[in-house]
Design a protein around this ligand. Structure first.
Ligand code: SAM
Length: 265
């Protein structure tokens, strides 16, 4: 087993077993972890937004996602989402939190799999309201300015109990009022992109809220689609561990630089 693990996790940058970046396909890497190894999963998977023939706006700096890793047929996306979610439910401890990002393109699929096929307890759907979302270039619809995060607990819906929710920390962050499930947070600032660009990098402020609400110091988070390592950067800042997996070497090298910066190295 040890040798198998070494072969599968060969492209690794690590501080220790519970704080590392692994380059590879999460569907290959996750099976090398034992049941219940992680306390929590926080992840931002492909949304299947990209189009083969994408939208562009000449002379504009507006970002459209146009990535090979984000293009699936509907059926392939469903199968892919089912496969990684089932594996995440195996490697996260019973009653551990699972937070999954999505937009309207993907969130219903993720929700259906978690709620109906895997029978996980859904606690809430969080809404990220992007206060400075970019305008809609077609002018044929409302300006898209939200993303969603499904918060599930890793147990059958009727058995789930004792999940982590740091109510007081959230209340304190919200000037003494109960934290609501709509997060008004601007899109990722330039200051968080100094080590390189990623078309879907999330603001640290969102991960901060999820990590502080849903984990405790010393916990280990798994992010199987870690991109530029936002989960790991924020985890480190608040004394949590994080195993990050991404199959793109370039994004992982941005993540390493961000982590070293976070550690003052
Ligand atoms: C939405 S992005 C995550 C961005 C990240 N939250 C951040 O703040 O930088 C999704 C990531 O999943 C990665 N990815 C796609 N398919 C993958 C797979 N099968 N295994 C591992 N990573 C994958 C992509 O390279 C991409 O960086």
């Amino acid at each position: 087993m040890e040798t198998v693990v070494k072969i599968i996790r060969k492209n690794v940058w690590k501080m220790n077993e519970r704080y590392q970046i692994i380059t590879g396909d999460c569907l290959d890497i996750l099976p090398s972890y034992s049941d219940g190894y992680f306390d929590c999963c926080i992840t931002d998977p492909p949304f299947n937004i990209s189009k083969k023939k994408g939208l562009g706006w000449a002379f504009s700096s507006h970002v459209t996602i146009q990535e090979q890793w984000d293009i699936f047929t509907k059926d392939d996306y469903f199968q892919f989402s089912f496969d990684w979610l089932r594996e995440v439910c195996r490697v996260v401890k019973i009653n551990g939190n699972i937070f999954v990002f999505g937009s309207f393109h993907s969130i219903f699929t993720i929700g259906f799999i978690l709620q109906h096929l895997l029978d996980r307890k859904i606690i809430s759907q969080l809404v990220w309201y992007k206060v400075n979302a970019q305008p809609n270039i077609t002018c044929r619809m409302f300006t898209e300015s939200t993303e969603f995060i499904i918060w599930a607990v890793n147990n059958e819906s009727h058995k789930a109990k004792n999940w982590t929710f740091n109510y007081d920390v959230m209340k304190q962050m919200n000037d003494g009022k109960q934290m609501r499930n709509v997060f008004q947070i601007p899109v990722t600032p330039k200051s968080e992109r100094i080590y390189g660009k990623h078309p879907a990098q999330k603001p640290e402020a969102i991960f901060q809220r999820l990590i502080l609400a849903g984990t405790n110091e010393g916990d280990t988070i798994i992010d199987p689609f870690s991109g530029t390592g936002t989960a790991g950067v924020v985890a480190k800042r608040f004394n949590r561990n994080c195993v990050m997996i991404d199959n793109n070497e370039n994004y992982n090298s941005i993540a390493k630089k961000r982590l070293l910066h976070e550690m003052g190295l």
